[in-house]
Design a protein around this ligand. Structure first.
Ligand code: G
Ligand code: G
Ligand code: MN
Ligand code: NA
Length: 252
């Protein structure tokens, strides 16, 4: 409850800002896309974890307002990069309570228009568990894809319905959950899971992004296994938009 009250103030006072984290092309080291992640620095509480304030926002009915702020900042950043000559996509995470909002496609369409951007600049990350068998949500995502937005399955492999999801939706990208990626060296089973997801993505013609890349070993192995994209602290931690060195240099 108190977090919900604090969140109302935070939205009013602009305490919530996005951080961005690159997805890196493992073949050429170039930044492929940037994921926007919400950050709340509260004057007394300090950094509030996004899991906590999104949960509070879902309960208090503020998740649409919060998500729209993130979208607006992400599109402002994308517009800025475009003006600097960088064609790079920006990814946002779709919270369940926003996905359930029937006006979501319209909100995204008008936000794009406001920023003078076309929908193909935007990637929408959805955790498979958010969507299972909700016809309205599947329809909203299909509509957004028809507009030109990319669809990405976040935390791939951790839900019940990974395969249903990729077979029912016009998905463009899958992101392998970091729990598998980080066990690559130590655990032969995790390695087999990662290889299977990479192969599945390739067979379906999807972009495959490995999350949680934390060292050179993992980066090299992923590329060897046929994974095209990686994201993680080895390349960059999420950072404030103004800290992104531009034009982006090659990553290791
Ligand atoms: O950003 P990490 O730094 O700590 O984020 C933790 C969790 O919070 C992740 O599951 C991430 O997807 C989620 N998260 C962060 N920012 C957003 C956001 O803008 N929208 C939604 N829905 N989830 C977010
Ligand atoms: O949206 P998603 O649930 O995928 O959110 C990604 C989460 O992973 C965010 O909390 C982000 O800060 C975090 N993250 C990004 N790179 C790394 C990494 O290399 N290691 C770990 N442990 N977390 C990471
Ligand atoms: Mn994500
Ligand atoms: Na994820």
């Amino acid at each position: 409850h108190t977090l919900a009250v604090a969140l109302t103030e935070a939205l009013r006072d602009g305490q919530i800002q996005i951080a961005v984290q690159p997805m890196v092309d493992l073949v050429n080291g170039q930044v492929h896309a940037l994921e926007a992640l919400a950050r709340w620095h509260h004057p007394e509480l300090g950094e509030v974890p996004p899991e906590d304030f999104f949960a509070a926002a879902e309960r208090s009915g503020q998740v649409v307002e919060l998500s729209r702020r993130v979208l607006d900042q992400a599109l402002a950043a994308a517009r800025q990069w475009q003006e600097a000559g960088q064609q790079v996509r920006v990814a946002i995470n779709l919270a369940p309570g926003w996905l359930a909002d029937p006006s979501l496609p319209g909100q995204i369409r008008s936000a794009l228009a406001r920023h003078g951007l076309s929908a193909d600049v935007l990637s929408l990350e959805v955790a498979e568990s958010d969507v299972i068998d909700e016809p309205e949500m599947l329809l909203a995502l299909t509509r957004l894809h028809e507009m030109g937005a990319r669809l990405s399955v976040d935390d791939f492999g951790t839900g019940y319905s990974s395969l249903t999801f990729v077979s029912r939706l016009p998905v463009d990208q899958i992101k392998i959950h970091q729990s598998f990626v980080q066990q690559l060296r130590a655990d032969g089973r995790a390695r087999a899971v990662v290889q299977s997801i990479i192969d599945l993505g390739r067979n379906l013609g999807l972009e495959v992004v490995a999350e949680g890349v934390i060292d050179a070993y993992t980066r090299i192995e992923l590329k060897r296994m046929g994974c095209r994209f990686g994201q993680g602290y080895y390349f960059d931690a999420p950072m404030p938009v103004q800290e992104l060195s531009w034009p982006t240099g090659r990553r290791p």
